[in-house]
Ligand binder design. Sequence first.
Ligand code: NAD
Length: 276
Amino acid sequence: MAAVPTITLNDGTEIPQLGFGVWQVPANDAEKVVAEALKVGHRHIDTAAVYGNEEGVGRAIAAAGIPREELYITTKLWVSDFKAGNTKEALRTSLQKLGLDYVDLYLIHWPSPADEAYLSAWNAMEELQAQGLTRSIGVSNFLPEHLERVLEAGTVVPAVNQVEIHPALQQRDIQQANEQHGIKTQAWSPLAQGAVFRDEPVVSAAEAHGVSPAQVVIRWHLQRGRILFPKSVTPGRIASNFDVFDFELTEEQLSAIDSLERDGRLGSHPGEFNPS
Ligand code: NAD
């Protein structure tokens, strides 16, 4: 089985660079789908309280019998929980659903910046880390201005910032700000949910290497140093999306994919999204 490279975070822990995401995997399918991902070799799973599938993820983990220290599990704090001052209870609930004593990474899912509740949430996250309920803490969908506020308000620098990144939306300003602060970038919707699979640089690289467009885009992220967790519920795709360690894109192919940048945003804009 292929060894997935790891990336060292600013707190000294290591994260497998390639993981498996479960957004929009229905609760009833999560156990089966995550079992498939673990079977092909994934050890890093990215879920969230708001995905509603932590119990299924937990059942798959329990059934797989893989030693806990070989797994890397991320979940996320939903906005309504931190706005209500329930950050600590929210992680305890997630742990119970996942059947775990700790997660590897706990993220603030969105800043929802119309008020500043995300700052006190960050302080609660710091306490959860100190208590050992999560090994690392980080943020998701934070713009550079939100990162600045967190750095002022807290003592722990977020380990990661998980943001929408794919060839059609690369958010270089956010990636740069992350790097300046020693924060690793995680790319969500790394495949642009399929929207770039017919773009010429992706198609020609796929033909050149005899691989799929999805495999090309996954390699592009890996070789650009980002952490990613593509999602699929189809066993053949789950397997091929993991089978990306026996070819390498050339610098020319990487640059051609870099040039696909356009305003291809799929999700909400973090500065304007204020769920309660
Ligand atoms: P993705 O870019 O991983 O695309 C997944 C979709 O691409 C699949 O549903 C399928 O339609 C298609 N696909 C996957 N493999 C394929 C293949 N080999 N061939 C053809 N089509 C294929 O999109 P995503 O699920 O939005 O993002 C991945 C993960 O990122 C999520 O599951 C979640 O863990 C995370 N995420 C986080 C946030 C956040 O706010 N933090 C938001 C969205 C997603």
